[in-house]
Design a protein around this ligand. Structure first.
Ligand SMILES: Nc1ncnc2c1ncn2[C@@H]1O[C@H](COP(=O)(O)OP(=O)(O)OP(=O)(O)O)[C@@H](O)[C@H]1O
Ligand SMILES: [Mg+2]
Length: 264
């Protein structure tokens, strides 16, 4: 087992969502890629609301638009049309710099391929997002150490990703997503490259993050057991949401009742 998560210093501070705001609210979201004169419509009009503290799995066939959706939600990319609000803020009103700031403060992103610096020690990999925020070095190192301890890697601070197992690397990537104390973690197939045991450990970390800290988790997965662990499943097909087990205003299992339709 991994040790307890450290206290979350800045939770709910100024960077948190405006009260009542959805973590994500998308309307008519599309994303087309231009490829040698041919347009690929990866997303064709997605309406979606995800509230703070939800635990959502995004599933669907290969090429259906899952990663494209995650990149838009994660503010790593911009929609072709439609609107996307993150913590109540319409991202189309933000400059690239402000968008990067929003991403850095509000969202932690975990990629399947880890996206770590292979020859840089784990501690420095994890501290990197704090460099962009201007956090002083000593505090960066302390927070990176806490984040690595929270994913059970307190004994691997100076290891480089190139010297680590796949499961360890994925946990370093999760620690990096957590170090900025985000209200949302987006994970694109976080268990996809892992064996059963390492995959289960990564899921346990995401579970606890959601249950103990109220961090919203949105993950893409091909594995039905992983999807079943989430409290809401969104099925994507051909660039559209085909089925959504939860509804706007909070999924039933969470008892959130955060939506406006309290009277029902
Ligand atoms: N940078 C790009 N340029 C052109 N087409 C792209 C680009 N990225 C994705 N696509 C296309 O958009 C569609 C959706 O891709 P996406 O990566 O979102 O699928 P996915 O659901 O994540 O698939 P997988 O399960 O295989 O990861 C695919 O048809 C893909 O070929
Ligand atoms: Mg994908």
């Amino acid at each position: 087992m991994t040790p307890d998560l450290p206290p979350s210093p800045g939770a709910g501070a100024a960077d948190g969502p405006a009260s009542g705001a959805a973590a994500f609210e998308a309307a008519g979201l599309t994303r087309s890629y231009q490829l040698e004169g041919v347009s690929v419509d990866a997303l064709r009009g997605v309406d979606l609301r995800i509230d703070p503290g939800e635990f959502v799995a995004v599933v669907g066939p290969s090429g259906s638009g899952k990663s494209t959706l995650m990149h838009l939600l994660g503010c790593l990319d911009r929609p072709t049309s439609g609107t996307l609000r993150v913590n109540g803020v319409d991202v189309s009103t933000l400059s690239d710099t402000r968008l990067a700031e929003l991403r850095n403060r509000a969202i932690g992103f975990v990629f399947q391929s880890f996206h770590l610096l292979a020859r840089t020690p784990a501690l420095e990999n994890v501290a990197l997002p704090l460099v962009y925020r201007g956090v002083p070095r000593a505090e960066r190192r302390e927070r990176a150490r806490e984040a690595l301890e929270s994913v059970g890697l307190g004994h691997r601070l100076d290891h480089r990703p190139s010297q680590m197992s796949g499961g360890e690397q994925q946990r370093v990537a999760i620690a990096r997503a957590l170090v900025g104390d985000p209200r949302v973690v987006l994970a694109d197939e976080p268990t996809g490259n892992l064996d059963t045991r390492n995959g289960a450990e990564v899921m346990a970390i995401l579970d606890r993050l959601n249950a103990e800290r109220g961090v919203a988790v949105v993950l893409v997965t091909h594995e039905s057991e992983v999807a079943a662990r989430a409290h809401r499943q969104i099925h994507v097909r051909d660039g559209l949401i085909e089925h959504d087990s939860g509804t706007a205003g909070g999924p039933p299992e969470r008892g959130g009742r955060t939506g406006p339709s309290e009277a029902e």
